[in-house]
Design a protein around this ligand. Structure first.
Ligand code: PEP
Ligand code: MN
Length: 367
C-alpha cells in the first residue's frame, strides 16, 4: 500500500506537545447526569487524563439493549467540561450526531469501529463536518482492513478535517480468545509506518473485553510508541448499562496508569544514542546476511526445480518437508528460539521455494 497524503495542522489537540501520551477516560455510555458527573469528578483527579469520553448513542450488537441516552447526555458532557476543565469526546455515527455534538460544544469526536467499515456513512459524517475545525479520531474498522481504516481518515481529511488520529481497538476475527477483539499489533505498526504524522491511540478496553486483561495490552501499546490510551472508566462498573466487564473505577484507572512504563522514543544523551546506533548497525548487518542467505536459497530452489523438471518429479515431497521441519524445530529449541516464530518463518520460506519450483516447471521463470 502506498503512503497516503494526509494534510494535518502542525499542532493538534490529539497530541501533547511535550510528547506525553493522550489519556482519554470515561464511561462506555453516559447513563445519567449523576453517573456522568461523579465519574468525571473522580477522573479529573487522575494524573495524566485530559479527555473525558462517554458514548451518547450506542451501537449495540443486539436490539432491545441500552442504546444510549441521546441528546440530553450532551448537556451532561457540557457540564463536565465546565466543572472539570477536561475536554469532552463522544462517538458520532451519522450527520445528526455531528450537528448535535457541535451544537453542544463537544471538543473531540470519534468514529466507531462499526461506522468505519461503511464508506457511505463515513462520507456522510465527513460532509457534515465540512468547514468545521474539530479533532476527529477514527477507530479501526471491525474487520482487519487497513485500507478501509486509512480510507475513512482520507475522507475526513478531504472534507477539511486537519486534526486526525487513529484508534486501535482490535479486530473481530474467527477466534478472538482470550480477547473481545483481537489486537493486531502488526496493523498498528503498519498504520504508523504509512501515516507517521498521525497520532495512534490504543483502546485496551474494547480489545480486552474484561478489565483483568487491560494492563498488558496498555503496556504493549506504550512499548510500541503509540500516542495515547482510551480506557473505559465508570463510577460503578458493576451496574454499568453497557460493557460492564471491561470498565474500571477511577481508582483502578489510576492504579493501572501508574503501573505502566511510559518509555521515550529517543535516548537521553548523544552517548546513549550512539550506543544504540552501534547495536542497530549490527542488526542491519545481520539483516543483510539474512537477505543474502534468502537469495542463495532462492537460487538453489531454482536449480532443484530444474532438476525435478528434467526428471519428471513432483515438487512437494511431504516426507522431505516433514524432516526439514523436524530438524529445524529441534535446532530452534536448542538455540532457545520461539517455536511458533521459527515454524512460521520456515513455512513461508518453504512455500516460496514451492512457488519458485512451480514457475520453473510451468516454464514461467528463467531457468
Ligand atoms: C465505544 O468506544 O464505546 C465503542 C462502541 O467502541 P467500538 O466502536 O470500538 O466498538
Ligand atoms: Mn464500550
Amino acid at each position: 500500500m502506498s503512503k497516503p497524503n494526509i494534510d494535518l495542522l502542525p499542532q493538534s489537540a490529539l497530541q501533547h506537545e511535550d510528547g506525553t501520551p493522550l489519556i482519554i477516560a470515561g464511561p462506555c455510555s453516559a447513563e445519567s447526569e449523576e453517573q456522568v458527573m461523579q465519574t468525571a469528578l473522580q477522573i479529573k483527579e487522575v494524573p495524566g487524563v485530559s479527555v473525558y469520553r462517554a458514548g451518547i448513542w450506542k451501537p449495540r450488537t443486539r436490539p432491545n439493549s441500552f442504546e444510549g441516552v441521546g441528546v440530553p447526555g450532551l448537556k451532561w458532557l457540557k457540564r463536565v467540561k465546565q466543572e472539570t476543565g477536561l475536554k469532552v469526546a463522544c462517538e458520532v455515527a451519522n450527520a445528526m450526531h455531528v450537528y448535535e455534538s457541535l451544537k453542544h460544544g463537544i471538543d473531540i469526536l470519534w468514529i466507531g469501529a462499526r461506522t468505519t467499515v461503511n464508506p457511505f456513512t463515513v462520507q456522510e459524517i465527513a460532509d457534515a463536518l465540512r468547514g468545521v475545525d474539530i479533532p476527529v479520531l477514527v477507530k479501526n474498522p471491525v474487520n482487519p482492513d487497513l485500507q478501509l481504516w486509512i480510507g475513512a481518515i482520507e475522507r475526513l481529511n478531504q472534507a477539511g478535517i486537519k486534526q486526525l488520529g487513529g484508534i486501535h481497538r482490535g479486530f473481530s476475527t474467527f477466534d478472538n480468545a482470550p480477547y473481545r477483539n483481537m489486537p493486531k499489533w502488526n496493523s498498528a505498526i503498519e498504520f504508523k509506518r504509512l501515516v507517521p504524522e498521525l497520532p495512534l491511540i490504543c483502546d485496551p478496553s474494547h480489545i480486552a473485553g474484561k478489565r483483568e486483561l487491560l494492563q498488558p495490552i496498555a503496556q504493549k501499546a506504550m512499548d510500541l510508541a503509540m500516542d495515547g490510551l482510551m480506557i473505559e472508566t465508570h463510577i460503578d462498573p458493576s451496574v454499568a448499562l453497557s460493557d460492564a466487564a471491561q470498565q474500571v473505577t477511577p481508582t483502578d484507572l489510576q492504579k493501572l496508569l501508574s503501573s505502566i512504563r511510559f518509555g521515550k522514543v529517543e535516548a537521553d544523551t548523544p552517548e546513549d544514542h550512539e550506543q544504540l546506533e552501534e547495536m542497530r548497525r549490527e542488526i542491519d548487518q545481520l539483516d543483510n546476511e539474512l537477505m543474502e542467505v534468502f537469495a542463495r536459497r532462492a537460487r538453489m530452489s531454482r536449480k532443484i526445480g530444474q532438476y525435478k523438471k528434467e526428471h519428471n518429479m513432483t515438487i512437494l515431497q511431504v516426507k522431505r518437508w516433514d524432516q526439514i521441519l523436524e530438524d529445524i524445530l529441534d535446532k530452534a529449541k536448542k538455540e532457545g528460539l520461539d517455536e511458533k516464530f521459527v515454524r512460521s518463518i520456515f513455512q513461508t520460506v518453504h512455500h516460496q521455494s514451492i512457488n519458485i519450483q512451480t514457475e520453473i516447471l510451468n516454464g514461467k521463470a528463467e531457468e
